[in-house]
Ligand binder design. Structure first.
Ligand SMILES: [Mg+2]
Length: 235
């Protein structure tokens, strides 16, 4: 029997399509706890607290970059991040909620055969207990976050970690889609050649998601938008 005949009899299973999901601003409204922790950190350091728009911009991107962008001098970055983490662990991390309809959409996606993985810039040491507490862990195939703050990371490195860990469950690139609310999601997935759907209910500024393949207006539209991008089954 030729190799071609053998492979026709025992075709290599094609992995189902994979959906990478951002957490903050996409699956969860985590702004209240994050902004309160930012305020606490700036007050602790005696630095001017960012205005409301500035505070919202902290939701999603890696923390040190946001601190830097809002006037924390390089030599006080560690102090600022430590103050933020203290406030976050003292309560901020539990001051969030899952957007209405999200659990149902995740169940529908899984029912349709998609592999689901959360890929967040939130450190993994927080992301996993938060997803556990809010009932998201059981609805997805993996939760991937950033390493600790002193190790540089980006959405692209988090996605790389997720793909490495999922291994044989990762389909070809055109059968993977990222869903996120910020330009970091668009850019991080683009580094892997992965298309990104932008969501309209998160924390992006107007025009920020210009690089997304489509904008999803509401949680209720997510299933259709993902299916239009990557079909759940081959054939
Ligand atoms: Mg986000």
């Amino acid at each position: 029997m030729s190799a071609a005949q053998a492979s026709a009899q025992h075709p290599t299973p094609i992995p189902p399509p994979l959906v990478l999901l951002d957490l903050d601003g996409t699956l969860m409204d985590s702004a209240p706890g994050i902004t309160a922790s930012v305020i606490a950190a700036f007050e602790r350091l005696g630095l001017p607290v960012p205005d409301e728009q500035g505070l919202r911009s902290f939701v999603g991107p890696p923390l040190p970059a946001s601190m830097r962008a809002h006037g924390v001098p390089e030599e006080r970055l560690t102090e600022a991040v430590t103050a933020y983490r203290a406030a976050f662990e003292a309560g901020g991390m539990w001051d969030s909620r899952v957007f209405a309809g999200v659990p149902e959409v995740l169940q529908q996606l899984r029912g349709a055969g998609y592999t689901l993985a959360i890929a967040t810039s939130k450190p993994q040491v927080y992301a996993r207990p938060i997803c556990e507490r809010y009932g998201l862990s059981d609805l997805v195939d993996g939760v991937y976050g950033a390493p600790l703050d002193h190790i540089p990371s980006s959405k692209a490195t988090v996605i790389a970690d997720a793909l490495a860990d999922l291994g044989p469950r990762v389909p070809t690139t055109e059968r993977i889609v990222m869903v996120g609310d910020r330009h970091h999601d668009v850019e991080g997935s683009a580094e892997h050649g992965i298309a990104c759907l932008g969501v309209d209910w998160g924390y992006a500024d107007p025009g920020e998601l210009a690089g997304a393949v489509a904008i999803v207006p509401a949680v209720a539209d997510l299933l259709a938008a993902i299916s239009a991008q990557v079909r759940p089954r081959v054939g």
